[in-house]
Design a protein around this ligand. Structure first.
Ligand SMILES: [Zn+2]
Length: 348
């Protein structure tokens, strides 16, 4: 009698992921095969992933080049779980993070000049490829950041975008110790910006809407709190001598426009809050006093490493609310509400 031989299918290990099935659609929790790292990549067992306002760009499909379904998340902290071919500098079991900068080609003109942040083919984590709203992800080695032992996963995660963005924007802003630096918005980015600005030795003015964050802003290191509902914040900044730098963190272009007249001579408005509507400014507002408006996006993994080390050195930490991965939709809604204090972080 012939024996029917059935070749068993290899068992595919599955993981949980929160994906956006198509632009504008609700999150869905799905089971997906655990991905394998290709050459030059590692697989990360994700332990924490911060939810950033710019995840809206994925959720709502703002960029036509994003492919769906897509798993967002560019504030990833975890452990190297498997290394791909040719990877020698990163080891299984090593704690690593991945931030906004998800990779660069190493060959374009900017890369050849060492300006990896502005690579012509820069990859954004959670946009160009699946990010951290899942139990495992793969990332190219040039996107990896080592996490210091003394930083927890949930603290490290928000520092890999909200942290590096404010830290890097401030340290490249041209402001010197003692200069008046204003931080607009006391939220996911701003509450870190105030701490960094204080540790950098600036005279720190925190600008929030309403009186409720005054006490907290001072605790975080603000020397002055300006309630933009109760007072004209630009006038208040001029009373203080005019800001050398204003870091605009809250994604509110109207509020940013209203602050431009708070800049002092050679003052710079550094825009890091990603909003989709226009900032309004007249040429004469910029011409008299040689003022500038500059955008800033995060930085390289090396700059993220600097950020994490600086936080260990100085005690700067994010204030967070944690949600399990399964509640990604609720956590995302919490971030959108603007009521989170201050960074919403998924845990796995
Ligand atoms: Zn490049």
């Amino acid at each position: 009698m012939a024996t029917l031989r059935v070749t068993p299918k290899p068992a595919v290990a599955l993981m949980k992921a929160a994906q956006v099935p198509k632009p504008g659609a609700d999150f869905e929790m799905v089971e997906r095969p655990i991905p394998a790292p290709d050459a030059g990549q590692v697989r990360i067992q994700v332990r924490a992933c911060g939810i950033c306002h710019s995840d809206v760009l994925v959720k709502e499909g703002v960029f036509p080049w994003i492919q769906y379904p897509r798993v967002p998340g560019h504030e990833v902290a975890g452990v190297v779980d498997k290394v791909g071919a040719g990877v020698s500098a990163w080891k299984t079991g090593q704690r690593v993070g991945v931030g906004w900068h998800g990779g660069h080609d190493g060959t374009c003109r900017e890369c050849r000049r060492g300006d990896f942040r502005n690579c012509r083919n820069v990859k954004v984590t959670g946009m160009s490829y699946d990010g951290g709203y899942q139990e495992y992800m793969v990332a190219p080695v040039e996107a990896l950041v080592p996490i210091p032992d003394s930083l927890s996963d949930v603290d490290a995660a928000p520092l890999l975008d909200a942290g590096i963005t404010t830290y890097n924007a401030l340290r490249n802003s041209g402001a010197m110790p003692g200069d008046l630096v204003a931080v607009q918005g006391i939220g996911g980015l701003g509450h870190l910006g105030v701490q960094f600005a204080n540790k950098f030795g600036y005279r720190v003015a925190a600008i929030g809407r309403g009186p409720e964050n005054a006490e907290l802003a001072k605790k975080l290191g603000a020397h002055v709190y300006i309630d933009s509902h109760a007072t004209n914040a630009a006038e208040k900044l001029q009373e203080l001598g005019g800001a050398r730098v204003i870091i605009a963190t809250a994604p509110n272009s109207k509020a940013m426009s209203a602050l431009i007249d708070g800049l002092g001579p050679n003052g710079k408005l550094v825009v890091i809050g990603a909003s989709l509507d226009a900032i309004e400014v007249t040429p004469s507002q910029l011409i008299f006093g040689s003022k500038t408006i500059q955008g800033w996006a995060a930085g390289t993994p090396a700059a993220s490493e600097d950020t994490l080390n600086f936080c260990v050195l100085t005690g700067v930490r994010p204030m967070i609310e944690t949600y399990p991965l399964e509640k990604a939709a609720e956590a995302y809604a919490r971030m959108l509400s603007g009521k989170a204090e201050f960074r919403v972080v998924l845990t796995m």
